[in-house]
Design a protein around this ligand. Sequence first.
Ligand code: SAH
Length: 224
Amino acid sequence: MLLLPFKVKNTVQDTLKHQGLRNKLVALLKDKGIEDENVLTAISKVPRHLFLDSSFECHAYQNKAFPIGANQTISHPFTVAFQTELLQINKDAVVLEIGTGCGYQTAVLLEMKARVYSIERQQELFKKTKLFLPKLGYRAKQLIFGDGYKGLPEKVPFDGIVVTAGAPFVPKPLLSQLKIGGRLVIPIGDDPQIMHLYIRKSESEFSKETFGEFRFVPMLADKN
Ligand code: SAH
């Protein structure tokens, strides 16, 4: 009988080396202006290299975006940190994410002890991430295959909503699904997008603030 060598599938491996790289990444994010300790602590815990194809592993803790399949990308760590900081979430906050992608932002929110719902419109990514996150011990309240333009009316209201794809405009359902005091963080525009923060002040009033240019893949309707 011929014994073939086999490769053990390297699924969950996080080493001291990776922790060291994460600490450096956190220092870089601080330098770039991220101040929220809860956000920085979460980023120091999530093993970003495991969310990427192994060929990108050595770059996982640089401030870079990478392909994650289905023509989509994992956001830059700075972008994830910036959006999460704008959300200002506390433990047990109910958060809706639009654009699950590979689940990295989801994991950061879960590290912050939020209750996370996340919607992804690409079936391939949805299926992959739904299997992958629990392997790392990350349990979202629900991962949904659907169209983020509609939000998630059955789970309203949300303390925070974060959109991780570039939206052409602010979808009305997302504003209406916020709690009073709730925050919607959404990049709006073509390329680049401008980061927007909407805060619900009352049933019908919202404040709006903008925060510079970012680059995201487009938020698309009609899931496939
Ligand atoms: N949060 C992700 C970022 C992924 S990139 C991460 O940390 O990896 C943006 C994601 O938004 C892509 O996976 C894309 O498929 C998804 N997307 C685009 N339009 C969408 C829509 N209308 N509803 C839900 N997801 C959408």
